[in-house]
Design a binder for this molecule. Structure first.
Ligand code: ADP
Ligand code: ZN
Length: 214
């Protein structure tokens, strides 16, 4: 199976992708995670994209398609791929077709997480994670039980994404509306799009996605 999770920033693509990895042994291909790793490691790509990401704008199609192509080349043929945050433009959608073909793969489904934009701004601007174990928290909706201490691992260090500010979130939403949402019709014409209510609880969203895959 090769599937794309599509939806605006904060829709829960990453969370759902991780659950598919756990439940099905698929591999998550998140260009956002790959780019953040490149920035952290100060690779040539990382140095090039840092400011663009902090502004909430899209990095070049060439860069992200190359990252995806490399990851797929390193994967076993029998492992399914979950594309999370890619493709984000029409050019990337076409590149993905070519890359999949090279690897003898084809797209099975495009799952769109439907969400309300204002709720997303609220979700994103309050979120933070444990710096040690990655557990997710929220200033307004899910504080650790003991202030400043991770419920899961007891760490007292937390981190926030530098692009999770309100202004940058608005830019990320605009990029989604202007460049990413327009790729849906391409997949609709191929009969691949399934819609899931991304405003439901995380478990409900997972259940809906599982139902689509079975
Ligand atoms: P989110 O979906 O929450 O905005 P991501 O982690 O998917 O976050 O992406 C973070 C940033 O990384 C984006 O705002 C953009 O700058 C860059 N990025 C990630 N994936 C792509 C992509 N496919 N094309 C262009 N830029 C990307
Ligand atoms: Zn923790």
């Amino acid at each position: 199976m090769n599937i794309i999770l599509l939806g605006p920033p904060g829709a829960g693509k990453g969370t759902q992708a991780q659950r598919l990895v756990e439940n099905h042994g698929m591999k998550q291909l998140s260009t956002g995670d790959m780019l953040r790793a490149a920035v952290k490691n100060e690779t040539p790509t990382g140095l090039k994209v840092k400011a663009i990401m902090e502004a909430g704008e899209l990095v070049s199609d060439e860069i992200v398609s190359a990252l995806i192509s490399d990851e797929l080349a390193a994967m076993g043929d029998d492992v399914g791929a979950i594309f999370d945050g890619y493709p984000r433009t029409e050019a990337q959608a076409h590149s993905l077709d070519a890359i999949l073909k090279q690897h003898g793969r084809s797209l099975d489904k495009v799952i769109e997480l439907e969400v309300n934009e204002e709720a997303l701004v609220d979700r994103i601007t309050g979120r933070f994670t444990c710096a040690r174990c990655g557990a997710g928290y929220h200033d307004r909706h899910k504080l650790p039980e003991k202030e400043g201490v991770c419920d899961v691992c007891g760490s007292t260090e937390f981190k926030r994404r530098p692009d999770d500010t309100e202004e940058t979130v608005r830019t990320r939403m605009q990029e989604y509306r202007g460049k990413t949402a327009p790729i849906l019709p391409i997949y609709e014409a191929r009969g691949l799009v399934e819609r899931v209510d991304g405003m439901a609880s995380m478990d409900e969203v997972t259940a809906s996605i599982e139902a689509l895959l079975s």
